[in-house]
Design a protein around this ligand. Structure first.
Ligand code: ADP
Ligand code: ZN
Length: 217
């Protein structure tokens, strides 16, 4: 089962993808996570892309498409995968169509005011990447990851000035993808209208959508 998950920055794509991966037993591929790791490890790729992530701009399509092509060739993807943060442009979507068939698209619809509140409250584990939120998904101990004990930090691009820019980029380049997919694959739309909607409710609605489409039983 090959899935993609669409939604604005901070709509909960990462959180939902992590949960779905455990339930569906297929790997989650986050281009954002891949890029942050490359930057942290100061690889050649990391050095080329750092400026884009720092400013909230998109990494050029050729680079992202190459990274994804390599990743989905890996043996762990043979029964499917969930793509989180890819595709983000029409060019990327078209490139993806040439390499695999997508079975469904999950669309997380969240109003902008809620997103800004959420992103400013988001914290990420430095070790394992687990995502927390000081409003709804607090760690048991302040500043410490429940899963691995690693330190939590705020991503540089989760500051309010960069959040605005990421949102503009999303509206201009990524939102149009929804129309593209609506005419090609089944789309499961889940709407979240409050800051403190429990993530497990959203997961449940996605799972129900996949059942309706008979992609799982
Ligand atoms: P979010 O969805 O919260 O904005 P991500 O972790 O998905 O965060 O992405 C962080 C940054 O990584 C983006 O702002 C962009 O610079 C880069 N990036 C991630 N995925 C892509 C992609 N598919 N195309 C271009 N740039 C990307
Ligand atoms: Zn952790």
């Amino acid at each position: 089962m090959n899935l993609i998950i669409l939604g604005a920055p901070g709509s909960g794509k990462g959180t939902q993808t992590t949960r779905l991966k455990a339930k569906l037993n297929i790997p989650a591929i986050s281009t954002g996570d891949i890029f942050r790791k490359e930057i942290k490890e100061e690889t050649e790729l990391g050095k080329r892309i750092k400026k884009y992530l720092d400013s909230g701009q998109l990494v050029p399509d050729e680079i992202v498409i190459d990274v994804i092509k390599e990743r989905i060739k890996q043996p762990d993807c043979k029964n499917g995968f969930i793509l989180d943060g890819f595709p983000r442009t029409l060019e990327q979507a078209k490139a993806l169509d040439k390499i695999v068939k997508i079975d469904a698209c999950i669309n997380l619809s969240v109003p902008k005011e809620i997103i800004v509140k959420r992103l400013s409250a988001r914290r990420t584990c430095k070790n394992c990447g687990e995502i927390y939120n000081l409003l709804v998904l607090k760690p048991k101990v302040d500043g410490v990851c429940d899963k691995c004990g690693g330190p939590l930090f705020q991503r540089d691009d989760d500051r309010e000035s960069v959040i605005e820019e990421r949102f503009r980029v999303y509206e201009r380049q990524t939102e149009p993808l929804l129309k593209y997919y609506e005419s090609r694959v089944p789309v499961i739309t889940v709407t979240c209208n409050s800051v403190d909607a429990p993530p497990e409710l959203i997961t449940e609605q996605i799972i129900n959508g996949l059942k309706r489409l008979k992609l799982i039983d």
